[in-house]
Write a protein that binds this ligand. Sequence first.
Ligand code: ATP
Ligand code: MG
Length: 809
Amino acid sequence: MDPNPAFYPRPIGVSYSTPSPQARRASIDTSTTLVPDTDQDSAYFRALEDANIHLNRPQIQAVRHGKGPLLTLAGAGCGKTTVLAARAGYLMAMRDVPASSILLVTFTSKAAAEMKLRIAGLPGVRPAAARAVQARTFHSFALAMLRHHGVQDEVFGETQAQHTVMKMMLRQLGLSEAFQPESLLSALSAWKAEGRSADELPETVREESDAKRAMLAYEAWKQERGKMDFDDILLRASVLLRDPDVLQPLQRRFSYIMVDEFQDTNALQYEMVQRLAARHRNLMVVGDDDQTIYTFNGARQESILEFDKVYKDAKVITLDINYRSDARILGLGSNIVAKNVHRRSKRLAAAGHEGLPPQFATPSGPEEEAAHIVTHLLGQVEEGQLRYRDIAILHRTASGSRSIFEQLIMRDVPFIQYGAGAVFYDQTLIRPLMDHLRLSLNPRRMESIPSTLGPLYVSREAGMEWIMREEKQQAKKYPLIHLSRWDRLRDFQREQVKERIRLIRSLSTMKPAYAIQEMRRVFYDKYLESGDTGAWTHYKETMQESLEELETAAKRFDTVEAFVSFADELSERHRQMESLRREEDSDAVRLMTIHRAKGLEFPCVYWIGASEGILPHSSALHSELPEDRRAGAAPTAAVDNDAALEEERRLAYVAVTRAKELLYITSPASNHGKPAAVSRFLLEAYGVTPPEASKPETRRTSFGQPKGASGYGSRVSGGAPTSSVATRVSSRSGPGSAAARTTSSVAGSRTEPRISVPVWKCTDDACKAWMRRDTTGGRRKAAAGTDTPPVCPLCSSPMTEGTRSIPAR
Ligand code: ATP
Ligand code: MG
């Protein structure tokens, strides 16, 4: 199947006759009729109506809820946050609860700020009262508490600095080659989120005790310098809360506590809330078990699923009318998440219009995806349909934004990237390779030298000091050469320096992608691997992904010079755009991971990377953990693939349900040069069973990579080495286009020798899909016990036996 960047109303692989999912439309009684003027509190609801908030029946119940525990369960966009804020306003305006007695806890500082803003806009809430409400994140609440009790330790929150310190500890303990600092920090963080201190870490096997030594050294380093990281803040605050002298005044002060995004609280956070609310028990929690997306950080879905068991007298209010998304967008989201097994069953209704169907595209890869999306959104803005700020681009992993980031910068689109670190080429892992390339063009580019020292196993600081001192005596064309005369290095290291310079010299004339492969082959992969062992290797997957991303990026350039100057220009432009980042309100596109988009909404959402291996992330399909769940609660914990896949599905649900009116989903047909199928989550949502080939064990050969006897002949994308036959879909159902499926074409040379092979053919005349049959008694046959005809992976029609002529290669 040829990739096609144009948008259509169904994902590729779904027959045009398949109806689009659509949520049922809600018929809603609102406060207008439900709260007559004769009600004592009608003024409050009338004022809300004036502000265009017409609460429905369960929302009114939640807002009016007085004392005692309350669980508000709801799907995405059903007004959880709205109700939380409205109840805070109600308590103040109608029940004379002082603003300072209300504590609202939420997940991100952005959400906390937004909450304050919403409360300030509520009827009867004076600006001073809105300011007095404590709307905080768990961390900011805990920090304020620590400060109040005289803890002066400096917050040590910068990730890069934490890495540097952990690296230093590993070096001092002679463990640099055994562990990645990132992995240890994440594991430590997950451990502490459970309320345990580093002293309690296991040390049964050697690897564990080594890891523990490094973690304890890291903890001691902070303590000696009076610093605390985010986990320390929570941990220390929770310890402080065990002291009745600390707890009781807080319990007296905060007589009403409400927690948003409750599904993502971890054990420590939950414990804090329970203690604070223990006296008055006026605890309201709101959440959606379908949006638990932080289990890798210790979030426990059970807390929400079992709240009414812990608080037996809890009132449970369910909100199932979505006010955010048009019915077709909501229908897609609901269909996606409905496939999860571990969830409270619910089916949302849409308050809004039917709206436009979500649009899908299958660009050939991330580059085409990015180029097409930027062209598309520029069109939307130029036509006056949208402002930049109405648009969000959501991606699964940090490295998944490289292409779109570059396109946005190079085409001068204003954008804010949340949680963004450096430009891709300046990231810790990538920078050394780029600096080698830079040095190949200009060996005296001094700022590029430090990052090349690590891969020579030379200390950055001491090495640079030596080089600079020697340079003063005698400047060299290759300043790195000074290391070959440094008596602190061993003979083989000095020899390595010379070899490295020879390699650097040769890089400038290579194709950039080849130069990267060469560096990886000669030294870089070995260098990275030396820092990884056994159970702590989850980080490896991320590294692999980023390095493949770099090769993909480099393939676009013919010369190292062009590649390097592109990366340099990007860094420069990025610096210029930094100022936008600081202005929350600026008219700029929002670019962020799906995790960061939780709780937010946008008129128009582009969800990029909706392909197998990206979302669901490849690591959820086999035994390794995705980059952001590499922490793993215990170092030796096995990964539950089903649970991982369910969390990926929840992420897809979160992505879809951020959109109000427009939703565009792109599934690049290749990822890191390998074919990638449309995300199973999309196909499933349209009732198409994802092809067996996309199951974990055959991941590498899925779709159009016929290895062995049963590969799919369709969905061939650029660079698929063994696929010479493609079923091509030249046009699909879409506005103004008939769903014309053309005949299959032979992409290889017609003079090649050909063989006839048994295949399954689609019975739908309009669909020419075929796939090779397993005549050797392979898995499908074995599993089915018979050679059962499969369902067409493209259009879901039955398939029938046939033969096909293919090149003999
Ligand atoms: P999420 O699960 O993403 O956190 P949520 O359940 O917190 O979503 P809100 O953000 O509170 O949902 O509401 C979603 C949108 O619906 C907001 O734009 C909000 O203003 C609107 N909304 C909520 N309730 C109503 C209502 N009764 N009438 C009109 N609009 C409403
Ligand atoms: Mg919310």
